[in-house]
Design a protein around this ligand. Sequence first.
Ligand SMILES: Nc1ncnc2c1ncn2[C@@H]1O[C@H](COP(=O)(O)OP(=O)(O)OP(=O)(O)O)[C@@H](O)[C@H]1O
Length: 310
Amino acid sequence: MTDPILSVEGVTKTYKGGVTALQPVDLEIRRGEIFALLGPNGAGKTTLISIVCGIVTPSAGAIRVDGHDALRDYKGARRKIGLVPQELSVDMFERVIDTVNFSRGLFGRAPNPAYVEQVLRDLSLWDKRHAKLMELSGGMKRRVLIAKALSHEPDLLFLDEPTAGVDVELRRDMWKLVHRLRERGVTIILTTHYIEEAEEMADRVGVIAKGKLLLVEEKAEMMKKLGKREMVLTLAEPMATIPAELAEWNLTLEDEGKRLRYIFDARAERTGIPSLLRKLGDLDIGFNDLETYKSSLEDIFVDLVEGTRA
Ligand SMILES: Nc1ncnc2c1ncn2[C@@H]1O[C@H](COP(=O)(O)OP(=O)(O)OP(=O)(O)O)[C@@H](O)[C@H]1O
């Protein structure tokens, strides 16, 4: 890959007390992409982000942000990054515009009212710019966190669980916003528990569990490569048990014997469907309907994460 905006090499983290939060992680993020880091609670997502942002010191490894060594040239690296944390940690009495300008100042950036106005407009906060944070709804406060993170014109934006606990409408707004930011050239890394979010937003997805980056793939490629498919037959007559003759297909009987589900590997050359249908004919088992489904990213995720269990 040419000139990634972020490269993480062999990064590990063992916290004091002995919790290993990250096994050696290697990851390169391309300029302009939306990358979703998907993993269950405690997988190490926040630890990885915090290391890249210089909040947590890694036990080993190297990080480069747009050419800056994040350990040796912390300031240079950090200036490139905007971080939207999970938690609100803002002064509730402050006004929106002041807190955003303050964040910008922290990075030593000269005032740029036109830029700040654009950010606030993008986030539908312009009309609220003189409101105190305490006067805003929860969703608006989250937008303020994003505005603060964007205040110093970063090239790489981290969103740590951007939509945890927000309503569906705000979640959709966030997704739109992320796409708009990318159109402006901002690279985005988001962490999420929500498969739907990764599926909806990301160009690439990394799956992390127990501190291990299990897989990094183009989203579409991941779906294609690992995708399973399902076929569901609605039977003409309910069935009490699956006949022994059908054992090799590993079918499951559902809905009080009215439906047969067959899960097969879309990658396999032989799916087993023609022979299954023939066998059903031989056994005189009729069906009224046949549907097929692609597996979702959710199924893939569960498979991968379960695969890490000893
Ligand atoms: N400061 C700390 N000291 C000790 N252990 C920690 C610390 N921070 C995190 N951990 C542990 O490291 C592991 C990874 O935690 P981390 O917060 O990175 O996961 P996560 O994927 O972000 O989880 P979540 O989705 O719940 O935020 C967990 O076992 C956690 O308990």
